[in-house]
Design a protein. Structure first.
Length: 650
């Protein structure tokens, strides 16, 4: 009788897999849905979107595209494909809770804002950013191994963005693009152009580390072009940010990645040497000396070796004064702040003496320090909610870097942490979070870190997690739809503002009023310069000899921005035209308290003082302005002095 051979369990026949070092572990298996491809499209297109119809050529158009992208992404993956939302760990849960708390707090304190309507855009956009952060995290959780494709896409973006700025600076191409202070590239502003180069740098570095030969060469080219563009931007905060990215990545690799220690030490030395060499070559080849002088002054201002009279040192002093005014505002409103988007409205009340704003040619826009601005607008509680999220991202990143896992993941997160360190430094001197493209790339870094952390915890079978209900998708869709609606309103506001300005310049005042009426909305009240549309309609009604309607429009403008000297000056001119000099004078005097160096207000005030017989006030006002080539005011001064002398007892 034959005996059947007893079969051993499969598990006993299988040999144990050899344990491989962390640096040889592959990324997790990839999910079939290509979320990464969608993110590649967003990363590639957003920095290039422009509109010549809006006042700010890129902010609103990119905001609109960003909202549409997220809406389509949500519908495609979570409505049509019914993707399941992942289980997430406690730090990510806490990050989202803090984000929701900041949003809720901002809505609460908006009730006390000078202009509550201005808070709507800021609050809704922050919520949209939070949604995008979560989507990037999910993408990395599902498709971590595809992140190199995203980085390669950004290498191409870096090459093109840098070339635009470089060619623009040397007047070889792209000179017709809207913006100021070359090279502004596609960022509309030289400082923002410089800071944008730094948010591209971490992705370029990872591509150089991980890619094959062809893409290594492309990444090296991107790095060289970024270095040239950074130097041409003459933006000190961007220089410091780039230096921080290189140094932080070096330190983290040196501490946590022994296998790459020697290689990355040499690479860091080579990168810094190359940056320094490029600077020397650019300074040496500068024929007219303007660039070399600017670079030397700005570099010297960072080390304290500059002369006190240099423009670069003066800019730093100006920045310190603005920060000082902002600190005063925070002390006065430590709990609630002044409301998001209201810093520029509130800050002139704290005095502009000695600042560039005092001359009336420039208006406040940002505090040039994200930390102070967030505290000023949302109070200390809001700042704690906001920046605690940054700390949680850093905690998650360090958790990945210190823990077990693929070496590719460790290096990827190191570069993203270095990028965020650079962003944090730039944010101390600038306002990168205002711009859509800067925010998108910063959120890509944060999402990559959060997703990598999730994957590392999932591999470690961490407990204490929770999952979202599908109702969250409905909320996300509603927030995204509202942001698109908001973007359309802002686009409509700005396009009609541009048209109204053009009609105003040509003297077509009826058309100005029509455009203003078409652009008005309760959701948007100020243009990027802090001016309400009603300023233009008020001036148009004045020119059309309808002072009643002019004052009505200007009263609404003053409600939206009560600390605008231009609005008070315009109110004064309406009363002057009405020969109501006693009402005109207080309006001019208020304007002077806001911009004590604005000559046109002194001239207007002098005329009104003269009309009411205040000769001493008229003389004092005219003594503060240049009367060369102004025969009328020179004659007015002589007559005021004659009348004052005649009043003196003999």
């Amino acid at each position: 009788m034959s005996r059947k051979k007893q079969r051993k369990p499969a598990a006993q026949n299988r040999q144990a897999d050899p344990v491989r070092p962390n640096k040889e572990k592959p990324f997790p298996a990839q999910a079939p849905s290509p979320m990464t491809h969608w993110m590649m499209v967003a990363a590639a297109l957003i920095p290039f979107i422009l509109s010549l119809d809006t006042m700010d050529s890129n902010l609103v158009p990119r905001y609109l595209f960003f909202g549409i992208f997220i809406l389509v992404f949500l519908v495609f993956f979570y409505v049509l494909r019914k993707q399941v939302l992942p289980v997430i760990s406690f730090p990510v849960k806490l990050l989202l809770i803090l984000g929701a708390a900041f949003t809720a707090w901002s809505m609460i304190v908006a009730a006390t804002a000078i202009n509550p309507a201005e808070t709507i855009y800021e609050i809704s956009r922050y919520a949209l950013n939070l949604i995008f952060l979560f989507l990037v995290m999910v993408m990395i959780m599902r498709e971590e191994g595809r992140v190199l494709l995203l980085c390669k896409t950004i290498v191409i973006v870096a090459i093109l963005q840098s070339l635009v700025g470089i060619l623009q600076y040397y007047d070889l191409a792209f000179a017709s693009l809207p913006g100021n202070f070359k090279p502004y590239g596609l960022a509309a502003n030289r400082n923002l152009f410089g800071s944008f180069q730094t948010v591209l740098l971490p992705f370029v570095l990872f591509s150089f580390y991980k890619s094959g030969r062809a893409w290594k060469i492309s990444s090296a080219l991107a790095f060289v072009l970024l270095a040239i563009a950074l130097l041409l931007s003459q933006t000190r905060s961007a220089w410091l940010a780039a230096l921080a990215i290189i140094l932080v990545s070096f330190l983290l690799v040196f501490i946590f990645s022994p296998a790459n220690r020697k290689k990355w030490s040499l690479a860091s030395i080579a990168a810094l040497s190359l940056f320094f060499l490029i600077g020397l070559l650019m300074v040496g080849s500068d024929r007219n000396g303007e660039l070399s002088q600017s670079i030397r002054e700005r570099a010297g201002s960072l080390t304290g070796s500059n002369a006190g009279s240099s423009i670069a040192t003066g800019n730093i002093r100006e920045r310190f004064r603005i920060w000082g005014k902002t600190v005063e505002l925070i002390k006065n409103k430590p709990l609630s702040g002044v409301g998001q988007g209201n810093w520029k409205i509130a800050i002139p009340a704290y005095g502009t003496e000695g600042l560039v704003w005092a001359q009336g040619n420039y208006v406040p826009d940002r505090a040039h320090n994200i930390y102070l601005q967030v505290a000023a607008e949302t109070g200390i509680p809001g700042a704690l909610f906001y920046f605690a999220g940054w700390l949680i991202i850093a905690f998650m990143g360090l958790g990945v870097v210190r823990g077990p896992g693929p070496e590719e993941r460790r290096i990827l997160v190191i570069f993203m942490l270095a990028g965020l360190a650079g962003f944090a430094i730039d944010a101390f001197f600038s306002f990168p979070t205002e711009r859509i493209e800067h925010s998108v790339y910063m959120l890509l870094m944060c999402g990559i870190i959060a997703g990598a952390y999730q994957n590392s915890r999932r591999e470690g079978k961490e407990t204490g997690t929770f999952s979202f209900s599908t109702g969250v998708i409905a909320v996300a869709l509603a927030i995204t739809a509202f942001n698109i609606f908001m973007a359309i309103k802002k686009y409509n506001f700005e396009t009609h503002a541009v048209k109204a300005k053009n009609f105003e310049n040509s003297g077509a005042y009826d058309a100005v009023i029509s455009e203003v009426e078409a652009g008005k909305t309760a959701l948007v009240t100020l243009d990027p310069n802090g001016s309400p549309l009603e300023m233009m309609s008020g001036s148009a009604y004045k020119e059309l000899k309808d002072p009643g309607k002019a004052l009505e429009e200007l009263a609404l403008a003053k409600k939206y921005n009560p600390n605008s000297s231009r609005i008070h000056n315009n109110i004064g001119t309406v009363y002057t035209d009405m020969n109501d000099f006693h009402k005109a004078i207080p309006a001019y005097e208020k304007a002077l308290t806001l911009t004590p160096g604005y000559e046109i207000i002194y001239k207007n005030l002098a005329v009104n003082y003269f009309q009411v017989g205040n000769d001493s006030g008229c003389i004092a006002s005219l003594k503060k302005v240049n009367l060369a080539n102004d025969e009328y005011l020179a004659g007015l001064l002589q007559e005021a002095e004659r009348r004052q002398a005649a009043k003196k007892p003999r």
